[in-house]
Design a protein. Structure first.
Length: 288
């Protein structure tokens, strides 16, 4: 590593190394590259060996100032990345101490969960009971009854559903990388969890299971499996529980794209659906 390398070049090299090693998710890499872009706004041209605490303080103040107006949460992410990169620079002999260590990261205010009020939850349940049995409506039902994340619902397979134990196993999720989607593992151990299956969810899931089994028999494929194996042996990728039959496209993308318009047609105010394309988290009573 050349001694006069700039902060921005060193940060970019660090992110490139992470991407090559595939040690972090692709969505995380994309976020890191945004952080490098923010760093370029205030630390451009500064050599890593010359970076000071004052430089970091001025940079973060500018990002949150009236002209740039970034949120504390966004600046905090960039702060954390720069601090990690500086630790790497110490290992490489470019720094004697971490100039970010003495800078207090922006404080992020805690936000309340975006849970549906009881009246809206009842409205949504009534709509779902009267609506057609479609994969998308099932996805909304699962979200309401379990509190699972959008990507987790889109990645569900029948091997993740245990009707006898009334449990749904969360083991993977659908993530987005630009315009494409891919399957990823949970980031943390707590992301892999067993979610209780409400009794009201058993009927819709069993109906969907029978529906997909009939589709396979009609297509002259083997009986629908509890796990993924037979679908793979048949030369097809396993289709998600909430995915419609389609020659192309992604159930995750379709579900995300349809949430806002679906909710507004159901009578929800624009303020409830703006800024999100996933079903709001359920209230605690939805678990019972």
């Amino acid at each position: 590593m050349r001694p006069d390398i700039t902060v921005i070049d060193y940060m970019s090299h660090y992110v490139d190394t992470l991407e090559t090693s595939r040690s972090v998710e692709r969505t995380t890499i994309r976020g890191y590259r945004c952080d490098v872009g923010y760093a370029d706004e205030g630390l451009c041209g500064i050599a890593m060996r010359d970076l000071t605490t004052e430089d970091v303080q001025a940079w973060e103040a500018d990002l949150m100032g009236p002209e740039r107006g970034l949120s504390p949460k966004t600046v905090r992410k960039a702060h954390v990345l720069l601090k990690t990169v500086c630790e790497e620079a110490i290992e490489d002999g470019l720094l004697d101490r971490n100039p970010v260590a003495r800078v207090r990261a922006p404080k992020v205010a805690r936000t309340m969960p975006n849970a549906l009020p009881d009246d809206q939850r009842r409205t949504l349940l009534a709509y779902l009971e009267a609506a057609a049995d479609t994969p998308f409506n099932l996805a909304v039902t699962i979200a309401l009854m379990t509190g699972m994340r959008q990507g987790e619902i889109c990645a569900l397979r029948w091997g993740d559903v245990d009707f006898d134990a009334r449990t749904v196993w969360v083991r993977r999720a659908i993530a987005r990388d630009g315009g494409r989607t891919y399957v990823k593992e949970p980031k943390t151990a707590s992301g892999r969890r067993d979610v209780p299956m409400a009794e009201a969810l058993v009927g819709p899931l069993r109906h969907r299971y029978r529906e997909m089994r009939a589709e396979r028999l009609e297509a002259d494929l083997d009986d629908y499996p509890r796990a993924h194996g037979a679908a793979l042996r048949a030369g097809r990728r396993p289709r998600g529980i909430c995915e419609r039959p389609s020659p192309s496209g992604s159930s995750g993308t379709r579900s995300r794209a349809r949430w806002g318009s679906w909710a507004r047609r159901a009578g929800y105010p624009r303020s409830t659906t703006s800024g999100t394309r996933s079903p709001p988290s359920p209230s605690p009573r939805a678990w019972t």
